[in-house]
Design a protein around this ligand. Structure first.
Ligand code: ADP
Length: 229
C-alpha cells in the first residue's frame, strides 16, 4: 500500500513542474512569435524555478530510498552552518512572494560543525521551503543559529498557518500531511520525514513548537561533531 501511495503522490507532484517547464520551453521555441523581453525573462524563470523544484523533489525521493534500504551514508566534513543557512535563505527568497521577509540571525563566532554538508543543506532547504509554503501572504521568516554546549541549535521560525497541537506528533511521519492543508499547498509529506531521519543519523534531534494560526518554529539541535554513519 505504501509503495502505491509513494508512486502516486510522487507522480502527481512531478507532473505540475514538468508541465510548467514543458509549456515555457515550447513557448520560447516558437519562431513565429517575438516575445517582449519581460515575458521572455518570466518564461525563463519559470523553467529555472520549476526545474529547481524538480531537483528538490528528486533529492527527497532518493534520500527516502536510501533511508529505507539502509544505504544512507553520511560524510564527515567541516561545515560552516551560517554559510549554509545564508544560501538556503537566498534560494528561498528567489521564489518567495515579495511580502515575505527572510532573515538570518547568527553570531559571528559560531564553531563549525563536523557533519555531511549536503544532507544538512537538504534539512535547511526543506525547513525554509516549508516556512515559505505555509506562510500565505506576508510575514517574517527567521533562521536563528545559536551555540549550545557542545553543539548548535538551528531554529526556523515562521508566522504562517501553524500546526494544531493534535497533529504535531505526526508531521514527521512519512507521507503525513495535515488534512485541512492538503488542498491549499502541494507537497509529498516526505520533507519532514527526511529531515528527521537525517538529523537522527547526525546524532541530533528535531522538534516543532506551534499553535494554530500563530506560526511555527522548527528546532534542530546538532552535536559539534555528528556521527559518521
Ligand atoms: P509537505 O510539505 O510536502 O506536505 P512535509 O513532510 O514537509 O511535507 O510536512 C508535513 C506536513 O507538516 C505538511 O503537509 C504541513 O501540513 C505541515 N507543516 C510542515 N511545515 C510547516 C510549517 N512551517 N507551517 C505549518 N505547517 C507545516
Amino acid at each position: 500500500e505504501l509503495k502505491t501511495d509513494f508512486i502516486s503522490t510522487v507522480s502527481h507532484e512531478l507532473r505540475t513542474p514538468i508541465a510548467a517547464v514543458h509549456g515555457a520551453a515550447q513557448a520560447l521555441a516558437r519562431d513565429d512569435v517575438v516575445f517582449p523581453d519581460d515575458l521572455r525573462r518570466r518564461l525563463l524563470s519559470v523553467i529555472s524555478d520549476q526545474s529547481e523544484r524538480l531537483a528538490h523533489l528528486v533529492s527527497d525521493v532518493l534520500l527516502t530510498s536510501q533511508v529505507e534500504s539502509g544505504r544512507l551514508v553520511l560524510a564527515s566534513e567541516q561545515v560552516d552552518v551560517s554559510e549554509l543557512a545564508r544560501r538556503a535563505i537566498e534560494a528561498g527568497r528567489a521564489h518567495a512572494p515579495a511580502e515575505l521577509t527572510l532573515e538570518l540571525v547568527a553570531s559571528r563566532s559560531l564553531a563549525p560543525v563536523t557533519t555531511d554538508r549536503d544532507k544538512l543543506r537538504q534539512v535547511l532547504v526543506n525547513l525554509v521551503g516549508n516556512a515559505i509554503k505555509y506562510s500565505p501572504g506576508s510575514g517574517r521568516i527567521e533562521v536563528r543559529l545559536e551555540p549550545r554546549e557542545n553543539g548548535l541549535r538551528i531554529a526556523v521560525r515562521d508566522e504562517g498557518v501553524g500546526i494544531p497541537q493534535s497533529e504535531q506528533h505526526r508531521i514527521f511521519e512519512k507521507f503525513y500531511r495535515v488534512p485541512e492543508k492538503i488542498n491549499a499547498v502541494s507537497g509529498t509529506g516526505l520533507g519532514l520525514y527526511i529531515c528527521r531521519e537525517l538529523v537522527r543519523r547526525m546524532g541530533g534531534s528535531i522538534w516543532v513548537e506551534s499553535g494554530d494560526e500563530i506560526g511555527s518554529t522548527f528546532f534542530v539541535e546538532l552535536p559539534l561533531a555528528t556521527a559518521s554513519t
